[in-house]
Design a binder for this molecule. Structure first.
Ligand SMILES: N[C@@H](CCC(=O)N[C@@H](CS)C(=O)NCC(=O)O)C(=O)O
Length: 285
């Protein structure tokens, strides 16, 4: 399995160890990147020999083309975690993976203190990490505000995402869900009809995110993107594979999320976009 250490994970161990874990984790990625490397070297100098790099406490198993995974990859970067990513492509149903995660789903984190050692489900992972490290900027503590974020995420996973999956998975070449037309041996015309119906159904929940959850604010979270915004923006990325005509507000919203989060968003989004460009080029060929 190829291991990918993120930029923040490569931060000098001496400096990272000197900081309380929660504070270091809460530091925005941009801020961390902006600190001059020379300062870190100067600080570490009195201890003479550099200590071997500390293993990142948080491990993330992920699949690069997936927006469920992109969600957590964006959040981890935006929150400035020292985490290590493991590409689980082709391994999710291996006996070793299944022994830890019988649902064989990514994203999956491994973190000390979790009762079973692992956690899957993108929204649960972001909620857990935000709770653990007090990241109120992404996940407000006030019950009423938090409830809106939770509602938006549950609505996304339970209503919007199934439509997005049915509309895009055939083009993405992803396996579809058992019991659905796309998974059956129905005539291709029937499958195409089902795909088109799912695509048409996206407009209504999408508008709910705009009119109800954003309610005139730049983001569901207010002035800054919350974990619900990260989840929504990542989900919308898949629609490019079917050239879904996003309304103007959604295009502007996606651009605003990316602008606010910068490279924390663009880097994982690049993997999803790259995959979409690849499948589209294959479809044309
Ligand atoms: N609702 C879950 C969906 C996770 C999911 O469907 N993960 C897929 C990739 S998009 C996966 O890991 N599939 C591998 C497998 O089932 O073996 C989430 O938001 O995390």
């Amino acid at each position: 399995m190829a291991k990918t250490a993120t930029k923040s994970a490569r931060k000098p161990a001496a400096k990272a160890a000197a900081k309380p874990a929660a504070k270091a984790a809460a530091k925005p990625a941009a801020k961390a990147a902006a600190k001059p490397a020379v300062k870190a070297t100067a600080k570490a100098a009195p201890t003479a020999k550099a200590k071997p790099a500390k293993k990142p406490a948080l491990k993330l198993s992920m699949l690069k083309p997936s927006v469920n995974n992109m969600t957590v990859r964006v959040f981890a970067r935006a929150a400035g975690f020292d985490h290590a990513e493991t590409d689980a492509w082709g391994h999710t149903r291996s006996p070793e993976f299944m022994a830890r995660n019988p649902a064989h789903l990514t994203p999956m984190i491994e973190d000390k203190g979790l009762p079973r050692g692992v956690l899957w489900e993108s929204c649960a992972i972001m909620q857990y990490l935000a709770n653990k490290h007090g990241l109120e900027k992404f996940y407000p503590k006030a019950p009423a505000k938090r409830a809106m974020i939770d509602s938006a995420m549950f609505y996304l996973i339970g209503t919007l995402y199934p439509y997005v999956a049915r509309a895009t998975y055939p083009a993405l070449g992803f396996p579809q869900y058992a019991g659905e037309v796309g998974h059956s041996d129905a005539h291709p015309d029937k499958k195409s009809e089902a795909q088109k119906a799912a695509m048409a159904a996206i407009a209504e929940p999408l508008e709910v995110f705009h009119s109800f959850f954003r309610d005139g604010k730049p983001f569901i979270g207010g002035k800054n993107p919350s974990i619900a915004d990260i989840r929504l923006a990542a989900t919308l990325e898949f629609l490019a594979v079917v050239d879904y005509p996003l309304p103007k507000w959604a295009k502007d919203y996606l651009a605003a999320v990316e602008k606010k989060l910068g490279n924390a968003y663009s880097e994982p989004a690049g993997d999803v976009r790259g995959y979409i460009a690849y499948v589209k080029s294959q479809a044309k060929a």
